[in-house]
Design a protein around this ligand. Structure first.
Ligand SMILES: C[S@@+](CC[C@H](N)C(=O)[O-])C[C@H]1O[C@@H](n2cnc3c(N)ncnc32)[C@H](O)[C@@H]1O
Length: 269
């Protein structure tokens, strides 16, 4: 049986695969920080899949991470990288910008605002979800629901539920018992309001939600070449060097491309 690895799997983990993420809510997901290396032996896997993760690393970290991907792949193994496609994001932005120069209507403004968020929000945000989550929460008020749905696919349906706010607040005793809060009590005594804010932002920006780099076909192929991969090729969500690939419930879900804003690129070790 072929050995398959899903790096930074999030909630998209599959049985019979090795799944790894920072955050694990399942025994099927190994918890690890991929920036500290991939916790697997050399030349173990036939196929390494990594969707919407590489852009969360700086260019330098991304380079090291791809070397790690190469290490765990057997010779001839396939690396499939899926990232938001910088080229289509920029292309859409230019189209939307030019429309505003003509005779803009409400829809043109809404599309422009969304493409602007696609370019900057995940780089700039200092809190979970950023401005995108706020936009999606209020999507019913905007005229461009179809445009946004076409861009982000399944993520459109992950609009934060207001029910989250209904969770019971932790009691002061349970807060003290939680180790981090216990440390926070001391930090609140010794740090100024501004220093606490620096700490909060620093923690947030290192937890893996921000984007630190973006790729198009050319820059991603170039990085893969630099790390020693060969035969880089762009695919669709449903095609691959792997003959049995049909989206594998990862890039195609319920018959649709899960993340239509993506660049799907594969390379061979
Ligand atoms: C945008 S989500 C993509 C999740 C999934 N691959 C998908 O396609 O839906 C990025 C994932 O990468 C994980 N991640 C980011 N930085 C990481 C790191 N340094 N180590 C491990 N996982 C990381 C996050 O926890 C998150 O689950």
């Amino acid at each position: 049986m072929q050995k398959m690895l899903n790096l930074g799997c999030g909630e998209q983990y599959l049985p019979n695969w090795t799944n790894i993420d920072f955050v694990s809510n399942s025994p099927d997901v190994i918890q690890a920080n991929l920036l500290e290396g991939i916790p697997c032996g050399d030349e173990v896997f036939d196929f390494v899949y990594c969707s919407h993760v590489l852009e969360h690393f700086s260019y330098k970290d991304g380079y090291q991470f791809l070397l790690e991907c190469k290490r765990v792949l057997r010779p001839g193994g396939i690396l499939r990288i899926v990232v938001p496609n910088l080229e289509t994001i920029v292309h859409n932005y230019i189209i939307c910008l030019n429309k505003l120069r003509e005779k803009p209507n409400e829809l043109d403004w809404a599309n422009y605002n969304w493409t602007y968020l696609e370019m900057f929000d995940q780089i700039a945000r200092n809190k979970t979800g950023g401005e995108m989550a706020a936009y999606l929460k209020n999507i019913s008020k905007y005229p461009n629901q179809d445009f946004v749905k076409d861009r982000i696919g399944d993520d459109f349906f992950c609009i934060p539920s207001p029910n989250h706010q209904d969770l019971p607040k932790p009691t002061w005793i349970s807060r003290i018992i939680r180790k981090r809060d216990f440390r926070m009590i001391f930090l609140r005594i010794f740090l100024s309001h501004k220093e606490l804010e620096y700490l909060r932002i620093g923690r947030f920006r290192l937890q893996g939600e921000n984007h630190y780099h973006m790729y198009d076909e050319v820059s991603l192929k170039d990085l893969l070449k630099k790390t020693g991969f060969t035969d880089s090729q762009v695919f669709s969500a449903s095609t691959s060097f792997l003959p049995s690939w049909d989206g594998q419930h990862l890039d195609i879900k319920n018959g649709k491309t899960r993340k239509p804003d993506s660049l799907f690129l594969e390379s061979i070790k």
